[in-house]
Design a protein around this ligand. Structure first.
Ligand SMILES: Cc1cc2nc3c(=O)[nH]c(=O)nc-3n(C[C@H](O)[C@H](O)[C@H](O)COP(=O)(O)O)c2cc1C
Length: 198
């Protein structure tokens, strides 16, 4: 697919055909492309928890969803045959920037203008979303509610150092409900782009 077409077509898809798994080679390409994301100092402080079997996915949803009675959003999202949790690793950045070529040996987080570990993991997630479109599939990036993060860690043995910044559900698209947020429309360039001066 043309790159511009991938960007134009990308949207969050929130319902999937539960009977069509994501082919192994497609899953592997999605992950391989995530690993090509840029990262500060080439730290690559990220990790990806891949959940595919019915049991793994059921454990994800029971750890992260509020009630046994799914709302329409959850009922549709639970049909995704593939979930990839993207996790950022702050310590990898603090350690990387303490190396001689960077020299931030105090490992002080205040040196960082923003938490690049989250940003880089987000870049990787975007590459996954774009690869999914290129493969003709659908995906949605969504957050893990903070109060459920300990349960997610316990369910899958995720170390404390790793923070789930969000999950990407992936599968063959099924008709879904458009997010009401989309009524906001895309913000026009003249509102957000400042040329030469704010
Ligand atoms: C950081 C982030 C968190 C998001 N969290 C959710 C979420 O929890 N649930 C959801 O349905 N969509 C979530 N979305 C998707 C947004 O609602 C969606 O990107 C936005 O409405 C624009 O729609 P589009 O991506 O289809 O163009 C999230 C997107 C981002 C970037």
């Amino acid at each position: 697919m043309e790159f511009q077409e991938v960007v134009r077509r990308r949207r969050m898809v929130r319902n999937y055909d539960p009977d069509r798994p994501v082919a192994a080679e497609v899953r592997d390409r999605i992950l391989a492309n995530a690993l090509r994301a840029p990262s500060a100092g080439f730290s690559q402080g990220w990790a990806f928890l891949v959940l595919e079997s019915a049991d793994e996915r059921a454990r994800y949803w029971s750890a992260t969803a509020d009630s046994a009675e799914p709302d329409p959003w959850l009922a549709d999202m639970q049909r995704a045959p593939l979930l990839i949790v993207a996790l950022s690793h702050r310590q990898a950045y603090l350690d990387r920037y303490a190396a001689p070529d960077k020299g931030w040996t105090d490992k002080d987080e205040a040196r960082w203008p923003v938490p690049y570990w989250h940003i880089d993991t987000g870049f990787a997630a975007l590459l996954m979303l774009l690869t999914v479109v290129d493969e003709g599939l659908g995906a949605c990036f969504f957050g893990v509610p903070p109060e459920h993060i300990p349960l997610l860690r316990a369910a899958f043995g995720v170390p404390e150092e790793y923070m789930p910044i969000g999950t990407v559900s992936i599968g063959h698209r099924a008709p879904d409900r458009r997010s009401p947020s989309l009524r906001r429309g895309h913000r026009p360039a003249e509102d957000v782009v400042h040329r030469g001066h704010w």
